[in-house]
Design a protein around this ligand. Structure first.
Ligand SMILES: *[C@@H]1O[C@H](CO)[C@@H](O)[C@H](O)[C@H]1NC(C)=O
Length: 265
């Protein structure tokens, strides 16, 4: 007597349905839904005792990692990150190597893991190098491997982290808010690679936000505001010569005191 087992579909560790068939004792049929993981017990035909359990994990070979690179600590390092996929995820190992210059494969170096950040690596960059930096990120899982080869010019990917310690306080003058901030701590040397800043602010709906700047020092005043209104302020940073603007800092709000209360907190 053979047993035919149909595995309950789409149920993680679902029950195994078995049926006796008066046929070939060595034939077994299994039905497994893509996307489910199942444990399949295998039993001896004679007394039904357990021989072993097979753990089935359906999945796919890895897709090509979607790689992006940017440099929040110019001119020291660049970071690269990548997504993973496709679902359902199988255990996947990533290796990343990089090189500076034209002849790929000449002097490959490992792109080093970043503590605490999954799917990121860090590489050393060379300022104003006339050739691209290139990185190869390879994803390998039990079903195969795939790689993405990505090249970039350092000065194009300079992108600071957002400014920090943004404060917004009522100025001693009426209808004015003083905004101050500090450069992103990850930026390696604000003295040699000075930043410029943009400030955006809005009341109510962020779609009505107005942008001011660039400011070369970490302070500015929002003037001509309406008393009693709450303003939300964000700041972004950019190298003065190259690269892209940072993301906006987390929003900070302050309410302009109504007329007659100026100077009080
Ligand atoms: C990227 O790395 C993988 C694994 O080391 C390798 O098989 C592949 O050929 C490399 N791609 C390029 C363009 O060098």
């Amino acid at each position: 007597m053979a047993r035919v087992c149909a595995v309950a579909i789409a149920v993680l560790l679902g029950p195994v349905l078995c049926r006796n068939l008066p046929e070939d004792p060595f034939t077994k049929e299994l039905y497994v839904a893509v996307g489910s993981a199942v444990e399949v017990p295998s039993v001896t035909p004679r007394d039904g005792s357990l021989l072993q359990t097979l753990f089935l994990r359906p999945g796919y070979p890895p897709s090509r990692p979607q790689v992006k690179c940017w440099s929040p600590s110019y001119p020291k390092h660049a970071l690269c990150s990548w997504g993973e996929g496709p679902e359902p995820l199988l255990p996947t190992r990533y290796t990343a190597t990089y090189e500076t210059g034209l002849r790929w494969g000449h002097l490959l170096q490992p792109c080093l893991p970043v503590p605490g950040l999954r799917h990121h690596c860090q590489l050393n960059i060379r300022m104003y190098h006339q050739d691209a930096h290139s990185i190869n990120v390879t994803a390998t899982n039990p079903l195969g491997s795939a790689y993405t080869f990505f090249s970039f010019m350092v000065e194009d990917v300079v992108k600071p982290d957002p400014p920090v310690d943004v404060t917004v306080v009522q100025d001693s003058k009426a209808k004015t808010l003083s905004v101050t901030w500090a450069p992103p701590p990850s930026w390696s040397s604000p003295a040699f690679f000075p930043l410029k800043y943009m400030v955006r602010y809005h009341t109510g709906n962020s779609k009505t936000a107005r942008k001011l700047g660039p400011f070369l020092s970490p302070a500015m005043a929002l003037k001509g505001l309406r008393g009693g209104e709450t303003y939300t302020v964000q700041v972004s940073a950019q190298d003065r010569l190259v690269g892209q603007s940072s993301d906006w800092s987390p929003p900070v709000s302050a309410t302009v005191l109504p007329r007659g209360h100026a100077g009080q907190r």
